[in-house]
Design a protein around this ligand. Structure first.
Ligand SMILES: Cc1cc2nc3c(=O)[nH]c(=O)nc-3n(C[C@H](O)[C@H](O)[C@H](O)COP(=O)(O)OP(=O)(O)OC[C@H]3O[C@@H](n4cnc5c(N)ncnc54)[C@H](O)[C@@H]3O)c2cc1C
Length: 401
């Protein structure tokens, strides 16, 4: 494991820092824009200066940077107060899938607009009957120029997206993984209805998406008919790499700081032995995650691809966020119930993380699925039982049959 920048990496880091210091949007520039407008303004500024999606090829709007340069960029950008991004799915999952499977012509048409922030993309994979077991999805596409009928769910950002990638069942008579085909689609197509789902946090970031006789051209198919699972794996591999263990929000430092500011039995909470023991556990976990991150960075720096051990970050990091936020709310006693950012401690950060962290443990693969990946692909344990293996999809018993 190598913890230090090479000379070349250090020079690059300095260049990034200098550009960021001079170009972060000012409050005046952002005034009057909603969060999508703010995100688009920041993305366009990076694009115009050659700092958008730096790992992508130059002809697609990137700068042909290495994976380690991307990590350095991310680290430096996270040190600044930048507008929240609405491009995570488009940049992290849809674009890599397009670049791997679409034609040159299509990439030339669609990818630069993703890099510049002009277009936002979403991922239409999950369905009521196909989440962890994605290959069990039921939304159908029939015909030659295809007609789609069915329902997707939990689609983040569908309500403001211009395009989406989606997996559909095109042949129910073969085993489930073989009957899928992958497309990209214009989210304004006739017959698409987007219904926001209200979350516990009060926001509505994800949606139900209904398809009623929606037409998608065969030219928007990625991969061969029946090859959708292989194309979806490209998206999923990139999803696991881009969803981390919840780096933002509550961390050891913020809970430690809180414990120095609030009292238990008239003494600072930090003096309490149970609080100290709990903080020590999280310090150990956070250090483990940091070094696991360094392991991935070292692999990237050497031009290698980090393996399924990346799932450790999500499996440990997401529950840790939830536990720490819950602990902080207990320390705040009745103040924990106040989550108006104007009135609550740390501008409502503990409350916001408490509400958002259950979703982190589900999105991009649940805790149990992460544990299965680590068990099977890191530890080499026997595979999970798959009762529908090899059975034609339309002969798999359902709760209705
Ligand atoms: C914040 C958020 C954003 C999301 N955004 C998107 C998006 O943009 N696009 C999209 O397509 N989807 C999105 N999702 C959906 C997400 O991918 C699914 O919720 C997730 O894959 C789990 O599927 P499910 O909800 O159907 O749960 P299920 O798969 O029904 O799981 C239910 C429970 O069973 C457990 N379980 C299932 N299978 C196994 C197994 N083999 N072994 C052990 N336990 C198992 C699970 O761990 C879970 O506890 C989002 C979800 C969240 C929370």
């Amino acid at each position: 494991m190598d913890f230090n920048d090479t000379a070349v990496e250090a020079t690059f880091r300095e260049e990034v820092r200098t550009w960021l210091s001079a170009n972060i949007p000012t409050p005046d520039e952002l005034k009057g824009l909603d969060y999508i407008g703010r995100a688009k303004l920041w993305q366009k500024r990076k694009y115009d200066a050659g700092w958008a999606c730096i790992r992508w090829p130059k002809e697609h709007g990137g700068r042909d940077a290495s994976a380690i340069d991307q990590v350095i960029w991310n680290q430096e950008e996270s040190n600044f107060d930048t507008p929240d991004s609405v491009f995570g799915i488009g940049h992290g999952m849809c674009a890599p899938t397009m670049m791997a499977w679409a034609t040159d012509e299509q990439n030339k048409n669609y990818i630069p607009k993703l890099a510049s922030g002009e277009d936002v993309w979403c991922q239409l994979f999950s369905e009521p009957a196909g989440g962890s077991d994605l290959a069990a999805l039921r939304t159908r596409a029939d015909g030659d120029d295809w007609i789609i009928n069915g329902q997707k769910i939990w689609t983040s950002g569908a309500h403001y997206s211009d395009y989406g990638v989606l997996v559909l069942r095109t042949d129910p008579t073969v085993p489930k993984h073989q009957g899928l085909t992958y497309f990209f689609i214009d989210m304004k197509s006739a017959g698409i209805e987007v219904k926001p789902i209200r979350q516990i946090s009060g926001g509505a970031n994800f949606n139900e998406v209904y398809f009623t006789d929606v037409r998608v051209s065969d030219s928007q198919r990625l991969g061969a008919v029946g090859q959708g699972w292989q194309v979806a794996l490209t998206t999923l591999m990139n999803e696991r790499a881009s969803i981390g263990g919840g780096g933002g929000g509550v961390n050891f430092d913020s809970v430690f700081d809180l414990a120095t500011r609030v009292n238990i039995d008239d003494a600072p909470a930090i003096k309490d032995k149970n609080v100290r023991a709990q903080l020590a556990t999280w310090y150990a976990q956070e250090s483990g995650l940091k070094f696991n991150g360094y392991r991935s960075m070292t692999a990237l720096s050497r031009g290698e691809i980090p393996g399924p051990e990346n799932s450790i970050g999500k499996l440990v990091g997401a529950p840790k966020q939830q536990d720490m936020a819950s602990f902080a709310l207990d320390l705040l006693e009745s103040g924990g119930a106040i989550w108006d950012p104007e009135l609550s401690d740390a501008a409502g950060m503990f409350q916001a993380t408490y509400m958002a962290s259950p979703g982190l443990r589900i999105a991009g693969g649940t805790d149990e699925i992460m544990a299965n990946i680590i068990a099977e692909r890191v530890l080499g344990l026997p595979q999970d039982i798959r009762v529908d293996k090899g059975i034609p999809f339309n002969e798999v018993p359902t709760s209705n049959s």
